[in-house]
Design a protein around this ligand. Structure first.
Ligand code: HEC
Ligand code: HEC
Length: 312
């Protein structure tokens, strides 16, 4: 006759297994707790702020224009003012709520207690280029500026330093246990995909357009289909088709159009029509595209983007 374990032995076995599992989980939690705030050893770029007005003006143009730092770094209460064409201060506070926690865009004014006042130029430059925060911890993946040219990073630094400081505390990030596990084991800082240029390409040719569209403005990030969880590109370049949470007037999800030639608006638009369309600005009140930041770009820059898109 087969021997079955007695009921008591069975209960004891299950209890032992559960205790072992709890121990493993507890150990894992301890490791996550020790590792989620880990820092990365990313070198500080040797880039420094300047004080001449032309450099500062270029930085302001990038921040409120094509690089659209303002769209995340103005106070939420100032969004309407920004949309109306104003330039409210970059005091931070916009909340990001992925399922794993809450992140807040930083105060970028030179206030020493709540802003960038005590960080070195290298620390700020490294946020943009190296994908880590001033303290070396991994940055929430909202900023894809790793390939910005040296002179554009210098321009941004120079402008940020030249602003009046505003004391405005932004809440620290709050990360739940799954987010901590991801930070402990998953995320690595972004680094430049190719060595960044020393000076930004300028002019109205396709090379300048590629830099503006892919590096400064991030048009590719929305107009190329990507896996919204991992951020990996899964569609052809500028093939469109990203479905956003935001809805249009009919309640349908807003989808980014294809901007490569072939089908979609770029199949028929002339250069002048493209420039006029960007200039005309927002058509959908809830579109995630920062029309207000892009619509005032100089004609030369818009022509460059058109030529780049047509060259795809
Ligand atoms: C899509 C939204 C978004 C845009 C656009 C954006 N940022 Fe940020 N930024 C954030 C968020 C969110 C954080 C907080 C990240 C964190 O704590 O991990 C942040 C943090 C920062 C920090 C501080 C990092 C630290 O050390 O704590 C700096 C500096 C910064 N951004 C600069 C910029 C500049 C300059 C631009 C434009 C070139 C820009 N950001 C554009 C969302 C954005
Ligand atoms: C945050 C995501 C996002 C970014 C960044 C973005 N777009 Fe868009 N874009 C969209 C979405 C969504 C639509 C469709 C809704 C709309 O028209 O606003 C769109 C629409 C367009 C259209 C078609 C408008 C029409 O009338 O058919 C053009 C042209 C365009 N974008 C060009 C650009 C260019 C150029 C850039 C970079 C300078 C850019 N977009 C950056 C999301 C984005």
């Amino acid at each position: 006759m087969p021997r079955f374990p007695s009921r008591r032995a069975l209960v004891r076995g299950i209890a032992r297994a559960a205790a072992a599992l709890a121990l493993v989980l507890a150990a894992l939690l301890v490791v996550v707790q020790l590792r989620w705030q880990r820092t990365f050893d990313v070198p500080l770029p040797a880039l420094h702020a300047r004080t001449d007005s032309a450099t500062i003006a270029r930085g302001r143009y990038l921040a409120y224009g094509p690089a659209h730092c303002a769209s995340c770094h103005v106070a939420p209460s100032d969004r309407a003012r920004l949309r109306a064409g104003g330039q409210p201060p970059l005091v931070g506070g916009t909340e990001f709520r992925p399922p794993v926690g809450r992140w807040y865009a930083a105060n970028l004014t030179p206030d020493s207690a709540t802003g960038i006042g005590r960080w070195s130029d290298g620390q700020i430059a490294r946020v943009l280029r190296g994908g880590v925060r001033h303290d070396g911890r991994v940055l929430f993946p909202a900023m894809e500026y790793q390939e910005l040219a040296d002179d554009d990073i210098v321009a941004l630094l120079s402008f940020l330093r030249a602003q009046p400081p505003v004391r405005h505390a932004v809440p620290p990030r709050r990360v739940n246990v799954i987010g901590r596990a991801m930070l402990a084991f998953g995320f690595a800082p972004r680094s430049p995909a190719a060595p960044p240029p020393r000076t930004a390409p300028r002019g109205s040719d396709a090379a300048a357009g590629a830099y503006l569209a892919n590096v400064v403005a991030g048009c590719d990030g929305c107009h190329t289909k990507r896996d919204l969880r991992t951020g990996k590109y899964v569609g052809p370049p500028y093939g469109g088709g990203t479905v956003f949470r935001e809805r249009d007037a009919q309640g349908r999800p807003i989808v980014s159009p294809r901007l490569a030639p072939g089908t979609g608006p770029m199949a028929t638009w002339t250069e002048a029509q493209f420039v006029a369309r960007i200039r005309a600005g927002r058509a959908h009140p809830h579109s995630p595209m920062e029309w207000e930041a892009f619509q005032k770009m100089p004609e030369e820059d818009l022509r460059a983007i058109y030529r780049y898109l047509r060259s795809l």
